[in-house]
Design a protein around this ligand. Sequence first.
Ligand code: F6P
Length: 324
Amino acid sequence: IKKIGVFTSGGDAPGMNACIRAVVRTGIFLGKEVVGIYQGYQGMIDKKFINMDARSVRNIIQLGGTVLKTARCAEFRTPEGRATAYKNLKEEGIDALVAIGGDGTFTGAELLSREYDIPIIGIPGTIDNDLYGSDFTLGYDTATNTVLEAIDKIRDTAASHDRLFFIEVMGRDSGCIALHAGVAGGAEAILLPEKETAIDDLILKLEEGALSNKSSSIVIIAEGEKNGGAYNVAKRVKERFNFYDIKVTILGHLQRGGTPSSFDRVLACRLGYASVKALVAGESRKMVGLRGNLIQLTDIVESINNHSYKLEEDLLEMSAILSI
Ligand code: F6P
């Protein structure tokens, strides 16, 4: 391997910059050239390459977002798009790739490496924490803390006005952010994609609270949950529940921004470093992840296909009990 291309793709996540920095500096330390590819797969197709040196990643470890920018690229999903991307990579002399992103990013990486035999290592970078082979993905810890901060603030106003709040959080079809922020924020109920919640049961829980002197409540709704989102749940609850005034807050994209937590920065450094070491050692089509506080490699196909059910049983059980 002479020249490593690094890119971020899909939804941005706090910690991506710290990870780019780690990839660039590890590559240079090991005597490789490193090229940044702007806007993920779109940049491969549009030839948006930039040579990186140790100084080109200075002062970015603390920044949210991604200095390499990111995109969701429809053209790369076609064989013609991938052929153009590979031709451009070859012309640029890029002979190995580090892909930072989620399952969409890995799906693209898997296809490219299979069709054109270019070594690729994936780094799990998504706030959703939904990749098999890593206990945590980059950005998940920061996003969960951002959500928690919002819950705490909403609790102040909910308690002051005696209100019931439905707060919708991101995660696509993963309930990790919702469950963790919900338990940490003392939510009265948490609705998750992985678990059906009947509206009748939710109303019963809220009524029990109201009858036992709770004067306000917070319900966390994961965006992928099956009752149709926070507004729908609030509407259905409102029809039959009249203990307190009801409000809805959708947290949205603020969950993706912000300075990465210490945990995410260290994870970014570890995974970025490990990805380059793996490429240099001859590995390909693997995802580097953290399992039991150890860096482990997982087959990239497995990491995509086993979209793991990561919710901890004890948290699921206690979330309802601790909020009686
Ligand atoms: O995958 C990260 C994520 O933030 C999901 O939680 C969310 O469903 C999605 O991306 C939103 O995507 P976009 O920014 O393209 O609207």
